[in-house]
Write a protein that binds this ligand. Structure first.
Ligand code: NI
Length: 165
């Protein structure tokens, strides 16, 4: 396994829309192993392939406190079941290091994805998992958590991150 370099906002490559995965082979398994190692090394709870400059529809997550429940979602997509129930969470992102911002998202969704064998799965996740999934699927669409903030706030974050480079 190896640790991959994570792109940070405002790197334009984070705006790439990822392609669907068609081959469920060893290289896909290796990619998810490397992504999990990278995510754990940065103490993150989720990572999308876009963030490591691989533009395929793959995300990894672990929302457990013990950091021992790795999850892999290939070609994930969701439908909002109801817009009535919302969940506000102070979100962070390994591509926007050092910032946490409160974002409100629908918390009743139907999630569909494939596993590493290509099997099709479906679930109705709850709470943190729901929010995290939507955050990661946004990455695959080239969207970032800063897009939910005001222009003023986004510019402030951009300026601070640009100074660090
Ligand atoms: Ni993120």
């Amino acid at each position: 396994m190896s640790i991959m370099k994570i792109l940070t906002f405002p790197d334009p490559r984070l705006r790439t829309v990822a392609d669907p995965v068609e081959k469920f082979d060893k290289s896909l398994k290796k990619l998810t192993d490397d992504m999990l190692e990278t995510m754990y090394s940065e103490n993150g709870i989720g990572l999308a392939a876009t963030q490591v400059n691989v533009h395929k529809r793959v995300i990894v997550m672990d929302i457990s406190e013990e950091r021992n429940e790795p999850r892999v979602y290939v070609n994930p997509e969701f439908e909002i079941k109801s817009n009535k129930s919302l969940f506000t969470f102070s979100e962070g992102c390994l591509s926007v290091p050092g910032f946490n911002e409160e974002i409100t998202r629908p918390d009743q969704i139907i999630l569909k994805w494939q596993n590493l064998d290509g099997d099709r799965l479906e679930d109705e996740p709850e709470g943190l998992l729901t929010v995290c999934i939507q955050h990661e699927i946004d990455h695959l669409e080239g969207k970032l958590m800063v897009d939910y903030l005001s222009t003023l706030k986004r510019d402030r974050i951009r300026n601070k991150l640009n100074k660090r480079i």
